[in-house]
Design a protein around this ligand. Structure first.
Ligand code: APR
Length: 293
């Protein structure tokens, strides 16, 4: 007779069961690695945008307010190209697993247990089904623009007339320049992203809300980020210092994985997001179900 033996649980499920009791806020923090399996290059990985550079500049020099002031057409062209890469991509298993967790918790009346904080501007979490309310896009969204002058924090979708495809290096012409203006006052618009020479704020990037959320978190799941930016670093170091259970999923070690390995309640999973998140988040949903029944 064929006996079906239960397969051994991966180490992270054992860790989760011992580290988290199913109650409280689950904060998921994502970076470019979560979209890598959708074919969007990361920034600092081997094929990363920052390593490749553009014709004459390194992208880290391009992603600044100062660069936009000097050469707005060039910067717009670079963002429109990156946006066309994002628009051609589809959400992957990892995005879908995160969206399903929010949907499961919401259906059970426990939406307040879920928060997603993403550095990604690609919009794939929203396209996978996460809600805008519970998705803090702390570096913006490449499908949107806002006035360059900064007196107005409103954001606007990029005009449909621009289309969705843009070749690398394709020049901006008068027609595009006329479209890339703020609908509110006709002033020149800029991509709705956070640049290297700018600071986080609440209105556009949910800075204080993110810091408040970490104070409430009882489980932090960090996925696919090299740990190179300020707010994510604050999130993870606070989790570490406060002894909040946190798990880091990454294909390679990072400052965050080192912290996870040093933490009493930390765990590092060296793997791809798409391989790991479905079973991990299934276990998170099951643990919170179990807690309420
Ligand atoms: N699964 C999990 N992790 C992955 C995967 C994958 N399939 N593929 C790559 N990674 C990891 C890489 O090992 C790397 O550590 O994802 C990480 C991506 O790091 P970065 O390219 O630095 O991206 P990110 O951390 O999101 O960058 C932060 O910096 O450039 C700015 O504003 C930009 O939002 C961006 C921010």
């Amino acid at each position: 007779m064929l006996m079906l033996m239960p397969s051994a649980s991966p180490a992270y499920l054992t860790w989760l069961a011992s580290a988290w009791d199913g109650r409280g806020l689950v904060l998921i923090l994502t970076g470019a690695g979560v979209s890598a399996e959708s074919g969007i290059p990361t920034f600092r990985g081997e094929e990363g945008y920052w390593r490749i550079g553009s014709r004459n500049y390194f992208p880290e020099e391009l992603a600044t307010r100062a660069a936009f002031e000097r050469m707005p057409d060039h910067i717009w062209g670079w963002y429109l190209y990156r946006r066309s890469v994002c628009r051609a991509a589809e959400p992957n298993t990892a995005h879908r697993a995160i969206a399903q967790l929010e949907q499961r918790l919401t259906a059970a009346g426990r939406a307040e247990q879920f928060l997603l904080v993403t550095q990604n501007v690609d919009g794939l979490h929203l396209r996978a089904g996460n809600s805008l309310e519970r998705t803090y896009q702390i570096h913006g969204n490449i499908d949107y623009m806002r006035p360059f002058h900064d007196r107005d924090a409103r954001i606007f979708p990029l005009p449909q007339a621009l289309g969705e495809t843009w070749e690398r290096g394709q020049p901006i012409g008068a027609a595009e320049r006329a479209l890339l203006v703020a609908p509110s006052d006709g002033s020149p618009a800029r991509p709705h992203v956070l640049w290297f020479d700018e600071a986080y704020d609440e209105e556009r990037f949910r800075f204080e809300s993110t810091l408040r959320a970490i104070e409430r978190a009882t489980l932090v799941i960090v996925v696919g980020t090299s740990g190179s930016t300020n707010l994510p670093t604050q999130v993870v170091t606070r989790a570490f210092r406060r002894g909040i259970p946190f798990v880091v999923i990454n294909r390679e070690p990072s400052p965050f994985s080192e912290l996870a390995e040093r933490a009493e309640h930390g765990h590092y999973i060296e793997a791809a997001a798409g391989e790991t998140l479905p079973s991990l988040l299934d276990a998170v949903a099951a643990a919170s179900d179990h807690e309420r029944t």
